[in-house]
Design a protein around this ligand. Structure first.
Ligand SMILES: NC(=O)c1ccc[n+]([C@@H]2O[C@H](COP(=O)([O-])OP(=O)(O)OC[C@H]3O[C@@H](n4cnc5c(N)ncnc54)[C@H](O)[C@@H]3O)[C@@H](O)[C@H]2O)c1
Length: 395
């Protein structure tokens, strides 16, 4: 019984004073909700907490909506100008959950004001823009992290540990898809995610960047890419009675060659009927293989080439929910599974550890170097799709 997570958790005690970190959150929709949920859950689940997030302020553009969001999530103040929130001396951590075109300016301003910065992915619309953000955080000397939250799914961390231990041996293949279906209807409006000026790219930056991050996290640096992108529906209702041109990719398929000699494929689409949040990937090494499916995120499929007896050798399913699995000492007895939202709890716990104990965010978390490198790869994929040629990755 001693290694059951629930029992361990109950046995832990908070020691000494736990510092508070004042949070200033930009955006109160999808990510604003996911992050706020994590801030509220973290102090009692990641126990004892390294820091207690204090919900100081939330920023939006519409007074009524941002005030309602502050009340709903429990932020003490609501700002309609992110600049005023950044100037608030009670804000120590700036959390950017805004759309991609609202990442650079507020995040750079927050870093210049000495706030630690956490930014949603993709870090920026282009590598050039991402570089300005990286330069700003390095100059300011603040902690910086990009929300590649899948690095904080227990099964994925377990996969990383297996690969790092050499259990798979030499890696031959990384084969990843990230598929959704929510814009197939031609009457779906042209929201910010379908506009290059606001989003930077389409399925590439939205979904592809996650599996590019996992490629770098699990396998290593890619050195070359070749890609094809497609926009299936080129015009959509613009929300004000007119039509708007869709100038981002609806789908992307890319081939990668890694520095360590592995091959990779990356496919992202928002036109894949039946796929709700279909992130799936497989890694094949000389000694075994690993498979993951986000819609079954507590599981990892593994195959070991030398497993005995050979008569029952085959892929088998590991339910990653034991107290000795990553992050699980904080949750429930084994088999009482966790959800997508909990990756954000782990992610902020990691960021607070970096702030409070002056530790690096990388390599287990994605910092702005990772955000910048990811943007370089996205740009190379777009360049290859445009030219039809292989493009070298140069950071
Ligand atoms: N990590 C993940 O799994 C994940 C999932 C979804 C989205 N994202 C990323 O999170 C970011 C936000 O996406 P979302 O789905 O929450 O978008 P959303 O459209 O649901 O929300 C955007 C929020 O930003 C606010 N906003 C827009 N412009 C603003 C401005 N200038 N000043 C202040 N507030 C502003 C909007 O009012 C809204 O509250 C994007 O970069 C996206 O790529 C990440």
């Amino acid at each position: 019984m001693s290694d059951v997570g629930f029992v361990n958790m109950a046995g832990k005690k908070a020691e000494g004073d736990v510092p508070e970190l004042g949070i200033g959150m930009l955006g109160y929709a999808f990510m604003g909700k996911a992050h706020s949920n994590a801030f509220k859950t973290l102090p009692y689940m990641m126990y004892p907490p390294l820091a207690i997030p204090k919900l100081v302020a939330i920023a939006g553009r519409n007074q009524e909506a941002v005030t309602a969001a502050a009340q709903r999530y429990g932020y003490a103040k609501a700002y309609t100008d992110w600049r005023a929130m950044i100037d608030d001396p009670d804000v120590q951590v700036f959390d950017n959950g805004g759309p991609n075109d609202a990442h650079a300016a507020p995040t750079i301003a927050a870093a210049q004001a000495g706030k630690h910065v956490f930014c949603e992915k993709p870090l920026a619309r282009t590598a050039e823009e991402a570089k300005t953000m990286l330069d700003a955080v390095e100059k300011a000397g603040v902690k910086h992290m990009v929300a590649y939250n899948y690095r904080f799914v227990p099964a994925i961390v377990q996969a990383k540990r297996l690969i790092a231990s050499g259990a798979l041996g030499r890696i031959f293949h990384y084969r990843a898809v990230y598929l959704q279906e929510w814009i197939i209807d031609p009457n779906f409006p042209k929201i910010w995610r379908l506009d290059k000026a606001q989003a930077g790219s389409g399925s590439l930056g939205d979904l592809g960047s996650h599996i590019i991050d996992l490629a770098r996290f699990l396998v290593g640096e890619p050195k070359k890419v070749m890609a094809m992108t497609k926009t299936f529906i080129e015009e959509r209702p613009d929300g004000s009675g007119g039509r708007g041109k869709v100038d981002v990719d609806d789908a992307v398929t890319s081939l990668l060659e890694f520095e360590n000699g592995a091959m990779g494929t990356i496919e992202a689409s928002r036109f894949a009927q039946g796929n709700k949040n279909g992130q799936r990937w497989e890694i094949n090494g000389e000694k075994g293989s690993i498979r993951f499916d986000l819609e079954r995120m507590n599981e990892l499929q593994v195959f070991w080439a030398d497993e005995d007896p050979r008569e029952t050798r085959g892929f088998h399913n590991v339910l990653v929910s034991e107290s000795y699995h990553p992050f699980w000492e904080n949750w429930w007895p084994q088999g009482h599974i966790i959800g997508w939202e909990h990756s954000f709890v782990h992610e902020f716990h990691h960021f607070f550890d970096a702030i409070v104990n002056n530790k690096p965010v990388a390599p287990w978390g994605a910092d702005f170097v990772d955000g910048y490198r990811n943007a370089v790869i996205c740009d190379a994929i777009e360049a290859s799709a445009k030219s039809g040629r292989v493009v070298d990755i140069q950071y």
